[in-house]
Design a protein around this ligand. Structure first.
Ligand SMILES: Cc1ncc(COP(=O)(O)O)c(C=O)c1O
Length: 385
């Protein structure tokens, strides 16, 4: 093994191995039920696998167009129109990307220069702040209000300065499982009016929304759509996180800058996967049925927790259920998550890791995108604590 002989001045000095890797590794070592990382433990639809194989076998294995194959971009445009009444031009306003995280990173890289400020809501998905920092930007945090994780709009207004270049939002929200309301989106529209702030709206859980709530895409609001990247993930929607495929939508002049960065980074996204999704998206039921499917899983997990000392916080969207453990332990959530994995055989994610300076809340995040058998076994362990 060789070692670089000079000192390294890291561009991300505070970034280590993510908690997801740490917890999944620990879960495997201790043979624990893994409700930590956010991905399904069941396979995707067989038709989708067959389509992928079909297009590999039919030789569509070379570089596709930089923005994605047109059939897929058209299918995305049609879906945005039918769900949100939003018109996106497949030619200029839609780009297929290797995942949603990549799309957010690309949008940030295209618009954030050294010294620019980017507003993030805390707790925040862990890729946002490093994407800002590696581009020389400064994350400015607005904390969601515990325990309902609602938005303090006065705090948002106060966070905006002449240096604010961007805002990253995420609804339905990881890790809080909260969702933005129509009123939130109207507030956002009004707060951003007359600013030059670009929004990156991470909507990867758009279909995972429960109890009759409606997904509030920025695409529904003209005053937001005109300044926003809508970012989405095929991986989350179709239970194929390992295929790493997503997309971004934005007005042409924003998308032009995005594509300048994309074409010199990944340049294209996996070709046969795109053909497979272009066909599979015709089956609207595959995504329209997801809310009922995951709500059932959430309710099954919650039912299993009946009588537990864990207190469930509302899960209105995503495939996460947060549980407050004030009644069980005084430990820090990071310590408890490790102890439960080692001693009780169940892995979760401590919500404090999604904060830069964690508040003293006692909350663990559990992923319910798992088989009923796994959820039943997990709930049984938790009920006894
Ligand atoms: C809020 C959020 N955005 C993006 C992603 C990742 O999406 P992708 O795998 O398509 O990059 C995740 C995955 O956990 C997520 O929770």
């Amino acid at each position: 093994m060789q070692t670089y002989p000079q000192p390294i001045s890291s561009k991300l000095p505070n970034v280590g191995t993510t908690i997801f890797t740490v917890m999944s590794r620990l879960a495997a070592e201790h043979n624990a039920i893994n409700l930590s990382q956010g991905f399904p433990d069941f396979d995707c639809a067989p038709e989708l696998r067959e389509l992928f194989c079909k297009y590999i076998n039919s030789g569509l294995n070379q570089y596709p167009p930089m923005a994605g194959i047109i059939g897929l971009r058209e299918a995305i445009a049609e879906k945005m129109q039918s769900l949100y009444g939003a018109v996106y031009d497949p030619e200029h306003e839609i780009t297929v990307t290797p995942g949603a995280t990549y799309a957010i990173f690309t949008a940030v890289t295209a618009f954030v220069s050294p010294g620019d400020e980017v507003i993030l809501f805390e707790p925040a998905y862990d890729s946002y702040a490093p994407a800002v920092e590696v581009n020389g930007g400064k994350p400015v945090y607005v904390q969601l209000r515990y325990p309902d994780y609602s938005i303090d709009w006065e705090a948002v207004k106060n966070a905006i300065t002449p240096k604010t270049r961007m805002m990253i939002i995420n609804t339905p929200n990881n890790p809080t499982a909260s969702v933005f309301s129509a009123e939130d989106l109207r507030m956002l529209e009004s707060v951003l009016r007359d600013t030059n702030i670009v929004v990156a709206s991470d909507e990867v859980y758009e279909h995972l929304i429960y109890d009759g709530h409606q997904h509030q895409s920025v695409a529904r609001y003209p005053g937001l759509a005109e300044r926003s990247f809508v970012v989405n993930s095929f991986g989350k929607t179709y239970a194929v996180t390992g295929w790493k495929m997503g997309y971004a939508l934005a007005p042409k002049n924003l998308m032009m800058e995005f594509r300048k960065v994309h074409q010199f980074n990944a340049f294209v996204s996996n070709s046969p996967v795109q053909y497979a999704f272009a066909d599979y998206m015709k089956n609207k039921d595959a995504y329209l049925s997801l809310a009922a499917f995951y709500q059932k899983k959430r309710d099954f997990f919650l039912q299993g927790l009946n009588g537990s000392r864990f207190k469930p916080l509302p899960s209105r969207g995503t495939f996460f259920q947060n549980l407050a453990y004030d009644a069980i332990s005084d430990e820090r959530d990071t310590d408890l998550a490790v102890r439960l994995t080692k001693e009780n055989g169940i892995a979760s994610i401590p919500v404090s890791v999604f904060y830069r300076e964690p508040p003293p809340h006692k909350v663990l995040r559990f992923c319910f995108a798992k088989s009923d058998e796994t959820l039943a076994r997990g709930a049984e362990i938790l009920r006894k604590l």
